[in-house]
Ligand binder design. Structure first.
Ligand code: CMP
Length: 140
């Protein structure tokens, strides 16, 4: 199995409810290592740049507003098949469809305010990690 890195974001709905530790425990229990982490406040423009791929979607403006509404915790998770494993631990985008025991099933409030983001493929993981972190900030 390949060791991979993936970008994770603990979103404003979760940081506001003080859920960072509970969410991190889910990652660690699944064998993912948090090899970089910082709590930051995004501007709406920065959120828009990160989610540029969704620019044409009807929810884009709402998504950017939300991501800038309170601090987020950005992280690099490392482990065997980390990208797929993280998506498994997060659960489906819409919490109504998320399997029991996943982060979104337990904590997410709605499809928009869904507690976590995770990269969906190796190329996007690379891009998303470098959006937030320099190589020096990632200590495996
Ligand atoms: P995320 O994995 O961060 O990637 C894009 C985000 O857009 C997604 O999680 C959701 O939070 C958000 N999103 C997707 N669909 C909708 C929707 N219908 N309404 C609001 N936000 C959405």
């Amino acid at each position: 199995m390949a060791t991979e890195r993936t970008l994770s974001i603990i979103k404003p709905d979760a940081t506001k409810r003080n859920l960072t530790g509970k969410i991190n425990a889910k990652f660690e229990e699944a064998g993912l290592r948090i090899v970089a982490q910082k709590r930051i406040q995004l501007s709406k423009a920065q959120a828009g740049a990160f989610y540029a791929v969704h620019k044409e979607r009807p929810f884009y403006d709402e998504l950017c507003e939300f991501m800038a509404s309170a601090p987020v915790v950005v992280q690099v998770l490392e482990g065997d098949n980390a990208i797929a494993k993280n998506r498994e631990v997060m659960g489906a985008t819409n919490p109504a469809d998320a399997d029991a025991g996943t982060i979104r099933a337990e904590f997410a409030e709605s499809v928009g305010e869904n507690s976590v983001h995770g990269s969906d493929a190796p190329d996007t993981a690379k891009e998303e990690i470098s959006f937030f972190f320099s190589g020096l900030e990632i200590v495996g």
